[in-house]
Design a protein around this ligand. Sequence first.
Ligand code: ADP
Ligand code: ZN
Length: 210
Amino acid sequence: MNIVLLGAPGAGKGTQAAFIQEKYGLVHIATGDIFRANIKGGTPIGKLAKSYIDAGKLVPDEVTCELVKDRLLNGSSGNGFMLDGFPRNIFQARELDKFADIDLCVNIDVDKSLLMDRICGRRMCSCGASYHVSTLGGATTCAKCGKPLYRREDDNPATVEARINTYTQQTAPLVEYYAAQGKLFTVDGGAGSPADIFAAIDAELKRYLK
Ligand code: ADP
Ligand code: ZN
C-alpha cells in the first residue's frame, strides 16, 4: 500500500505518519526532513533548499522530484511507502504518477485559524516526537527519549504565514486532484486527540487493505 499524506503545515502529518509507520510498517519519506538533514550536513541540496525553506516557499520541483524518485526507486519498499510533504503541487503529483502507483491520499483537514498557534507553539525532538508548549508544563526535554527539545527554524510567525499561503495556493488543489482519481480520504484533524485521528485513519487503511 502506497499512500500520500496531505495537509497544511501544522495539520499533524508527522504525528500521524509516526502512528501509521508503527502499525503498517510503511517506509516514511518526508521531504522536509530530508531537506533539513541536507542543510545540517551542508550538502549542495541543503545549500540550495535553505533559502526557499527560510522564505516558506517550495524548493524547486526538479530538485524535489529527483530526490523522491531516487528514494522510491532505490530504497526498500517492503509493505509500501508513505509520502509526507510530497507532492506539494500539481506538477509534483503528475510527476509522481509517472514513477509510482499511489493507492490512497490521506488528507488531514484542519481549519486555518488553528495552524499558526499549533506551529509556533511546536517543539520537536530529534527522535521524531513533537509537542506543543501548552502541554509541556515547562519541560524542555522529550518525554519519550529524554533529549532536549528544539524549535524548528522555520516555525516563526513570518515564515509560517508564508508556508500557509504556499499551501493554500499550490498544495490545496491536490485535494481535488486525488478526489478526481477516487483516492481521497479526508479526516478532520482539528477535532480530537492524535490517537482519535489515527483511529479514523486506521479504519480507512484497514478497509482499503481488505
Ligand atoms: P510543513 O509541512 O510543516 O511546512 P515540511 O517539513 O514538510 O513542513 O517542509 C518544510 C519546508 O521544506 C517547506 O516549507 C518547503 O520549503 C520544503 N519542502 C518540503 N517538501 C517539499 C516539496 N515536496 N516541494 C518543495 N518544497 C518542499
Ligand atoms: Zn525524543
